[in-house]
Design a protein around this ligand. Structure first.
Ligand SMILES: Nc1nc2c([nH]c(=O)n2[C@H]2C[C@H](O)[C@@H](COP(=O)(O)OP(=O)(O)OP(=O)(O)O)O2)c(=O)[nH]1
Length: 140
């Protein structure tokens, strides 16, 4: 089966990472994820990221670099993560679709939310990549 990419944004502003709580489907609702979504045919992951952040959060964002690695989701999907920043003049993020809460997490708060299980390694890598690791914060 051909792999399909879900892009997740490690959206950072003021040294904090945005986490979004899913409102659907039932098996994912209440858990936290990196905002994003499926890359469509003919679309680059970066373009998908910008589109999804506009649709889901109402923001104007620019993608940064890819966080190395990819993480398996329900087949055929795999999660890839890009860093992202809000463009000057962007609206503040709002949970317009798919989510019912948003939080900007400071480094010491990254593990305060129940991330989707499959997102945990991706968030770990993103946080390390961004230099946001808080000593002793995870699993202690
Ligand atoms: N956006 C996002 N989706 C994730 C993450 N982790 C994870 O397991 N998923 C799953 C949830 C969904 O089954 C799938 C992404 O689909 P989605 O519903 O967000 O994407 P979409 O907006 O393109 O949705 P669709 O209407 O085309 O189905 O990947 C994550 O960190 N971010």
């Amino acid at each position: 089966m051909t792999e399909r990419i879900v892009v997740g944004a490690a959206l950072v502003d003021g040294g904090r990472l945005l986490a979004a709580r899913r409102s659907a489907p039932a098996e994912l609702a209440g858990r936290w994820e990196l905002p994003g979504g499926k890359v469509e045919t003919g679309e680059t992951p970066e373009a998908a990221l910008v589109r999804e952040l506009r649709e889901e959060l109402g923001v104007s964002a620019r993608p940064g670099e890819r966080v190395p690695g990819q993480w398996p989701l329900r087949a055929p999907f795999v999660l890839q993560v890009w860093t992202a920043r809000l463009l000057p003049g962007s609206a503040a993020p709002a949970p317009l679709e798919d989510h019912d809460a948003l939080r900007w997490l400071a480094p010491a708060e990254i593990w305060d939310v129940p991330w989707l299980d499959q997102d945990v390694p991706a968030v770990e890598r993103a946080v390390a990549h961004l230099g946001m690791g808080a000593k002793g914060a995870h699993g202690v």
